[in-house]
Design a binder for this molecule. Structure first.
Ligand code: HEM
Length: 458
C-alpha cells in the first residue's frame, strides 16, 4: 500500500511467461478470458503484469487491493481502457464520466433511485413480470425449447424503459434495441481485444457498422426525448427528472446530448446486467433442484398466506434473495471492473506506473478457493441473513464498491426478485438435454449461445 513517505520500489508485478511477439498476452485473454486470468493469478500471485500493445495492464486479485483502488485511494484512479470503448457508445453518461462532472450528475440522478421512488415502481415491475409469466403459458403448452436470454432481455428492457419513459416500448422495438445493444457489446469486446483496430474517425467497415448501430439507438432515444419536450408535461419518471433537473450553481438544464448519454447509459447498464443475471439464475436453479424446491416453497408459502408484492414485502422473500446473491457470485454480470491511475502508485510492494490499467476481475474473487468453501458449488445458504454480513465487502461485490458503486443495485435486486417470484409461482425451467452452457465474458457476462430451456407448468 502506498503511504505518503514510503519510497516506491521500481519493480513492476511479474509478467506471465510466454507471449505473442505482437499481441503480447492479449492473445491469451481473447478466447479463454476467465480461465486465463485465474491461471495467471494462481500461478504468479495477486498482482500480475500483462504485456499489451500500447497499454500497461495489471490484474489485481486481492480484496485489499480492490478496496484500496475503489475506495481508499479512489481519487488516484479513474476508469480504465474498457470504459474508453464504452464511451464511444454511452458518451459522457454516469458510468463513463469522471471528476466533478460525474459527481454533479450522480447527485442529480441519485434521487431517482431512492427507496420511495423504487417503491413506486414495484407494481409496474411486478405487473410486467406477471405479463411475462402469462406469455410463458404458451411455451408451457407447446413444450418447445426456447432461448431464455432474449426473454429475460425483453422483460428487463420493458421494465427499464417504463422506469425511464413511463410508457413501455412495444415488443418489436424492445427486441430490436436488445439486438442492437448486443451487437455493440460484441463489437466493443472485439475493439478491446484488438488494439490495432482504428479509432472511429477512420472509415473502416467495422467503424461504419459501429456508427450505424449507435445512430439507430440514438434515433430511438432522441425521438422519445423530443416527444416529451413537445408534450411539455412533466411525468413521474426518470426522463422528466432529468429534464427538470437544474445545475445548483448555474440553474442550467441538461442539453439533449447529455440527456441522451444518461438515458443510453441507464438503458444499457440497467438492462443487460439484470437480463444476464436472471438467465444464469434459471440455469443454476435447473441444475440444483433442492435449492429450486426451497425457493418455490418460500414463494408458495408467502403468496398462499396472502402476502402482497409490495416493496417492503418483497424483502421478506429471503431465500429468493439468497438465490440471487449466490447466482451473482458464480456468474457476476459485471464480471470485471477496471481503473487507471493518474499518478504512480505502490501496491503490494510493486510499482504501478502512472496510466496503468488495473483490472479487478470480480469473478475471480467470487470463485476463489482462498475465500469460499467449495467455490464452484451453488449454495444459496452462504447468503443466509445470519452469516452474510461476515462476507468481506471486497470478496463479494457484484455491484462494485466505493463512490462508483452501482446506482441501480436496489432497482436490480427488487426487479430480479419480482421476476423470479412471478415465474416460479407457476413454472419450473428445464435445460435442453445436451445443451452446452459456456460463459462469454463480453462487457457483461452472458451465456455464450444463450440458454435453451423448456418451460414446465408446476
Ligand atoms: C444485476 C444487475 C446489475 C449489476 C450486477 C450491476 C453492476 C454494476 C457495477 C459493478 C458497477 C460499477 C462499475 C465500476 O465500478 O466501474 C455499476 C455501475 C452502474 N450501474 Fe449497475 N449493475 C446492475 C444493474 C443496474 C441497473 C438496474 C441500473 C439502472 C437502472 C444500473 C446503473 C448503473 C450506473 C448508472 C452505473 C454507474 C454509476 C456511477 O459510476 O456513478 N445498474 N453497475
Amino acid at each position: 500500500m502506498s503511504t505518503a513517505n514510503s519510497i516506491a520500489p521500481k519493480l513492476a508485478p511479474p509478467f506471465p511467461k510466454g507471449k505473442h511477439w505482437l499481441f503480447g498476452h492479449a492473445m491469451y485473454l481473447k478466447n479463454r478470458t476467465v480461465e486465463t486470468i485465474t491461471d495467471f493469478a494462481d500461478t504468479y500471485g495477486d498482482l500480475v503484469s500483462l504485456a499489451f500493445p500500447f497499454n500497461k495492464v495489471v490484474i489485481a486479485t486481492n480484496p485489499e487491493y480492490a478496496r484500496y483502488i475503489l475506495v481508499d485511494n479512489n481519487k488516484n484512479y479513474h476508469k480504465s481502457l474498457a470504459y474508453d470503448v464504452l464511451k464511444l457508445m454511452l458518451g459522457n453518461g454516469l458510468l463513463t464520466s469522471e471528476g466533478d462532472f460525474w459527481k454533479q450528475q450522480r447527485k442529480l440522478i441519485q434521487p431517482a433511485f431512492h427507496k420511495q421512488k423504487l417503491a413506486a415502481l414495484t407494481k409496474m415491475m411486478s405487473d410486467t413480470s406477471a405479463a411475462l409469466a402469462q406469455k410463458f403459458e404458451h411455451y408451457a403448452i407447446s413444450g418447445v425449447y426456447t432461448d431464455m436470454l432474449p426473454e429475460m432481455t425483453t422483460v428487463t428492457l420493458d421494465i427499464i424503459s417504463k422506469a425511464i419513459f413511463s410508457s413501455g416500448i412495444d415488443d418489436k422495438k424492445a427486441e430490436y434495441i436488445g439486438q442492437q445493444i448486443l451487437a455493440l457489446n460484441e463489437m466493443a469486446i472485439e475493439r478491446l481485444n484488438d488494439p490495432f483496430k482504428l479509432p472511429p474517425v477512420f472509415p473502416t467497415a467495422f467503424n461504419h457498422k459501429w456508427k450505424k448501430i449507435v445512430a439507430n439507438l440514438d434515433a430511438i432515444i432522441y425521438e422519445i426525448i423530443n416527444q416529451r419536450r413537445n408534450e411539455g408535461v412533466s411525468k413521474d419518471d426518470l426522463l422528466s427528472m432529468l429534464l427538470d433537473a437544474r445545475d445548483e450553481d448555474t440553474g442550467e438544464a441538461m442539453d439533449n446530448k447529455q440527456l441522451r448519454d444518461e438515458v443510453m447509459t441507464i438503458f444499457l447498464a440497467g438492462n443487460e446486467t439484470s437480463a444476464n443475471a436472471l438467465t444464469w439464475m434459471l440455469y443454476l436453479l435447473s441444475q440444483n433442484p433442492e435449492a429450486e424446491e426451497k425457493m418455490i416453497c418460500e414463494i408458495d408459502g408467502k403468496l398462499d398466506a396472502g402476502v402482497e408484492l409490495t416493496f417492503d414485502n418483497v424483502l421478506q422473500f429471503q431465500y429468493v434473495r439468497m438465490v440471487i446473491d449466490e447466482s451473482m457470485r458464480l456468474f457476476p454480470p459485471a464480471w470485471s471492473v477496471g481503473r487507471r491511475n493518474y499518478e504512480d502508485d505502490t501496491l503490494g510492494g510493486y510499482h504501478i506506473q502512472k496510466g496503468t490499467n488495473v483490472l479487478i476481475p470480480i469473478i475471480y474473487y467470487h470463485r476463489s478457493e482462498k475465500y469460499w468453501d467449495e467455490p464452484l458449488k451453488f449454495k444459496p445458504e452462504r447468503f443466509a441473513p445470519e452469516v452474510r454480513n461476515k462476507i468481506d465487502r471486497f470478496v463479494y461485490f457484484p455491484f462494485g464498491g466505493g463512490p462508483r458503486l452501482c446506482i441501480g443495485n436496489n432497482f436490480a435486486l427488487i426487479e430480479m426478485q419480482l421476476i423470479l417470484i412471478q415465474l416460479y409461482r407457476k413454472f419450473r425451467f428445464r435445460l435442453k438435454p445436451g445443451f452446452q452452457v459456456d460463459m462469454e465474458p463480453l462487457i457483461t457476462l452472458k451465456p455464450k449461445d444463450g440458454l435453451m430451456m423448456k418451460v414446465e407448468r408446476r
